[in-house]
Design a protein around this ligand. Structure first.
Ligand code: AMP
Ligand code: GLY
Length: 457
């Protein structure tokens, strides 16, 4: 663990790694801090980020990390915030942290909780953390033999990072066999031949859990844990939860699914034992610990851990944050959440509900085209009554040669509405999203619908 400065400087220059909707929401909130010095974003950051930050001239790739380190030194960067999982899994937090420059985001050894689902399962098993029963396979014939017997359905997962696409929920043994072949590849002798390369060399096959899904994110400073209000994401592309999985089509916060008692249970039985189990391995977790959970009839069970803010979950979370997020992030990165709490500062949240609806490019999550002009963001942000607010976060946007705002990805914008209750926040987000136009734009109008309308079956 790297030692950190004893008190937070009055002004902090921040480098924010990552260029999507999650990072735009973080940057928007960081900008509200009186202690923010210069805010630097990546060259590949979306147009929304580039409008509120300065662009770091150095490439942000694994290969060029030494140059980034030197640049951080020259620009007196006082805090690095790492948004996405890939740089965390690659050990950027280990590399970029110095005594004067804390990093928000776990070290490589801790990021393994997300980057290696087989290892995460071992940690959970050893610490008796409630999760789906599962088995790990590193060889194709054994994985196939097991998949063939899964009459009651199962879930096949690539153990490594697969950009959110490495999980297949299967209803029949045939589907499970096909999923194993897709992930591991069909060649028994040569590994890394599946759809996700090396990330699919190991698969986890687990029981299929039933229930409502929920995301519980917590700030962890190595010792202390601050649990954030629970969110619900919507992973499938189509209304009513049909179609292929995406990175997330929308999320709202807080979700009424988790009573205070359930939240206490999740903290006691999932979050605390996970951080403790890592500590027993000599690993200090600092950053966001994200538990993807299924609320089963047997209680909450872990589907996956992530080691970062969720996207889109970060958007409704940031929209509701009232305190100084820069101060909170700095305290997390330096192991000082308790000090902040002792001063009565920190995680004050807006009592309103936030609902984020993701506007996507035609064809997403499959192949898409980009470069289509986007209009209507101002009109969208003008929606709502006096006690309501709409913020549009950018995800896949850029500017073209004529300085027009254009699409550059599958998930284009996150339209985030704050209103008195979920029903109203959903209606407002939908109304605002409807004001925005680009060729082929589409969004789900039922974000939050799972708890608003009781569904049968
Ligand atoms: P993961 O990336 O592990 O969260 O998986 C992606 C999605 O697959 C989750 O959001 C769930 O909808 C689904 N899923 C994962 N594991 C299970 C499981 N054991 N039972 C049912 N659904 C699952
Ligand atoms: N929204 C799901 C994730 O960020 O993994």
């Amino acid at each position: 663990m790297t030692a950190s400065p004893t008190t937070m400087p009055d002004r902090v220059n921040v480098l924010l790694i990552g260029g999507g909707g999650r990072e735009h929401a973080l940057a928007w909130k960081l900008r509200q801090s009186p202690r923010l010095g210069r805010l630097w974003v990546e060259r590949s950051a979306n147009a929304g980020l580039r409008a509120i930050g300065e662009v770091c001239p150095e490439p942000t790739t694994d290969r060029d990390l030494f140059r980034l380190e030197r640049w951080c030194e020259r620009e007196s960067i006082g805090l690095v915030i790492i948004g996405p999982e890939a740089p965390l899994a690659a050990g950027w937090a280990d590399r970029l942290a110095t005594p004067e420059r804390p990093v928000f985001g776990p070290v490589k050894a801790a990021a393994r909780l997300e980057a290696d689902k087989a290892w995460a399962k071992d940690i959970m098993r050893a610490a008796s953390i409630p999760t789906a029963e599962g088995r790990t396979f590193t060889r194709l014939p054994q994985a196939l033999a097991f998949a063939e017997t899964r009459e009651e359905g199962c879930v096949v997962k690539a153990a490594g990072l697969a950009a959110g696409k490495g999980v297949v929920v299967c209803d029949t043994p045939e589907e499970a066999v096909a999923a194993v072949r897709m992930i591991m590849g069909d060649d028994e002798e040569r590994t890394g031949r599946g759809a996700f390369g090396e990330a699919g060399n190991t698969v986890v096959i687990e029981e299929k859990l039933l229930g409502q899904e929920m995301s519980v994110l917590a700030l962890v400073d190595g010792r202390s844990i601050w649990v954030l209000d629970p969110c619900q994401d919507h992973k499938q592309v189509g209304e009513g939860d049909v179609g292929p999985n995406t990175g997330g089509m929308g999320a709202y916060c807080p979700t009424p699914l988790a009573t205070e008692e359930v939240m206490r249970e999740i903290e006691r039985d999932v979050l605390v034992p996970t951080v403790d189990a890592l500590r027993r391995e000599g690993i200090t977790f600092r950053g966001v610990l994200y538990a993807g959970l299924m609320l089963t009839t047997g209680g909450p069970k872990v589907l996956e851990f992530n080691c970062r803010f969720g996207d889109p979950e970060c958007q409704p979370l940031m929209a509701r944050m009232k305190g100084d997020v820069l101060e909170t992030i700095w305290a997390t990165a330096t192991g000082r959440l308790d000090e902040l709490a002792d001063q009565g500062r920190g995680l004050e949240t807006d009592p309103r509900t936030a609902c984020c609806v993701v506007l996507c490019s035609e064809g997403y999550p499959g192949p898409i085209t980009t470069g289509h002009e986007i209009t209507g963001i101002e009109e969208a942000e003008a929606c709502g009554g006096p006690d309501e607010q709409v913020v549009v976060f950018h995800a896949g946007t850029t500017t073209d040669g004529d300085d027009r705002l254009v699409t550059s990805g599958g998930r284009v914008l996150g339209v985030t509405a704050l209103a008195a209750d979920l029903e109203r926040a959903q209606a407002l987000a939908n109304e605002a999203a409807g004001k925005i136009a680009f060729r082929g734009a589409f969004f789900r109008t039922d974000i939050g619908g799972r708890v608003l309308v009781p569904r049968s079956g």
